[in-house]
Design a protein around this ligand. Sequence first.
Ligand code: FES
Length: 202
Amino acid sequence: MLQVNEILSHYPSNYKQSGIIPMLDLAQQQHGGWIPVAAMDAIAKIVGVAPIRVYEVATFYSMFNRTKVGKYHLLVCGTTPCMIRGSRDIEDALLKHLGVKRNEVTSDGLFSVGEMECMGCCVNAPMIAVADYTKGSDGYTYNYYEDLTPKRVVELVEMLRRGETPPHGTQNPERKNCGPAGGMTTLLGEPKPPPCRDLDAC
Ligand code: FES
């Protein structure tokens, strides 16, 4: 209840319903990655709205899961730039390696693979996000792994299985963040001053 009060303290008391999204997020983290109807009903009661108002929000946003997911929920970006750069191969490699279909959970409960639309990381396509529910809401993380290959994504899964924390961000050792592979190719020296008219020459 402490966390709920903290969330509500951010909004005027006559706009408690603004807390629906952060409360759904909290419920999801506390409940191993998905939100049961009972949690949505409890949120509706807290903010004083009809349960349908909370269902509407939870069903609209794809980051809210309404069925069980793995402790590591792997979200493959399926939008055009990632698709052009091989996201289907990334998803196929994950599904094959884990022996599941999309949105299924592995028998040990550890992994599930979902799909997400553009996560704003197109410059490092293809990419996945990993929602880590292994440590409850206090240790919850949501990290991006970028510039993936089918081989690398399988390596990442195995690192997670061993309880390791793979370095997030680009997985291409030749890139720094979203810079070009192999290093900068432009803006390497001091920029020239802007051209100015030589008034003395007039
Ligand atoms: S298309 Fe995949 S991050 Fe934008």
